[in-house]
Design a binder for this molecule. Structure first.
Ligand SMILES: [Zn+2]
Length: 222
């Protein structure tokens, strides 16, 4: 059964071929997934709650978007945008950078610009379902989920992923230093700590001297 919706702001159309005959079956599968997992995202919980409210008559209406996620959250990879499926990226460079910084700062991250969309790249901590994977989200918590790169380099796109996001990540994976520095040049902010870059030398390399040392990079050697 085809389920889809059009994003109100971006006009982006999402459609999947749901394996479930009806909403109730999709809901049962989602509850099953939630009950088997010790780390459930707020988003998964919200979608399940929406259907529960709707089916109990507390809500008169279930939006197309909620229905779409109700059916697709249990399909994980199948629900990913087609262009993003089965892509692999080398993780070593990103991880080297982040783990070096991890010796100095608590949760190091790299910021990225994907054609105007800002991304925050970090490594999932010990309490995550995906410990050690590279996670890609919006810098503003809850504002966007772009996916993760698993330890084997496989990219699992998130619900907000676009071709531009995937391309930016691929480039970061291939040449982390160069791409991380680009962010600073474009935005005038350090790609690691997000502080404004105040001197010309920092702007030209894309990060400041303190972060350069933390992340194991040369600064202003050009
Ligand atoms: Zn910095």
């Amino acid at each position: 059964m085809k389920i889809g919706y059009t994003h109100r702001k971006t006009g982006q159309v999402r459609e999947i071929d749901s394996p479930y005959d009806n909403d109730k079956s999709a809901y049962d599968a989602l509850l099953d997934k939630i009950s088997k997992s010790d780390k459930v995202s707020n988003f998964e919980r919200r979608v399940a709650e929406a259907y529960a409210n709707f089916s109990a008559g507390r809500w008169s209406y279930l939006s197309d978007a909620k229905r779409y996620w109700l059916h697709s959250l249990t399909m994980e990879e199948e629900s990913a945008p087609r262009h993003d499926r089965g892509i692999r990226m080398p993780l070593e460079g990103i991880k080297r950078m982040l783990s070096k910084a991890g010796e100095h700062v608590k949760s190091p991250s790299i910021r990225l610009n994907a054609e105007g969309i800002e991304l925050k790249v970090s490594i999932a901590g010990a309490r995550s379902r995906y410990t050690g994977d590279v996670m890609v989200a919006s810098p503003k918590f809850g504002d966007g989920w772009y996916g993760r790169i698993a330890q084997d380099g496989k990219f699992y796109p998130g619900r907000d992923s676009t071709p531009a996001v995937r391309a930016a990540l691929s480039r970061l994976a291939e040449s982390p230093e160069e791409v991380a520095a680009e962010f600073g040049k474009i935005t005038g902010r350090c790609c690691f700590c997000n502080r404004s870059l105040t001197d010309d030398r920092s702007v030209s390399v894309g990060y400041g001297p303190v972060c350069a040392e933390r992340f194991g990079l040369s600064w202003g050697a050009n």
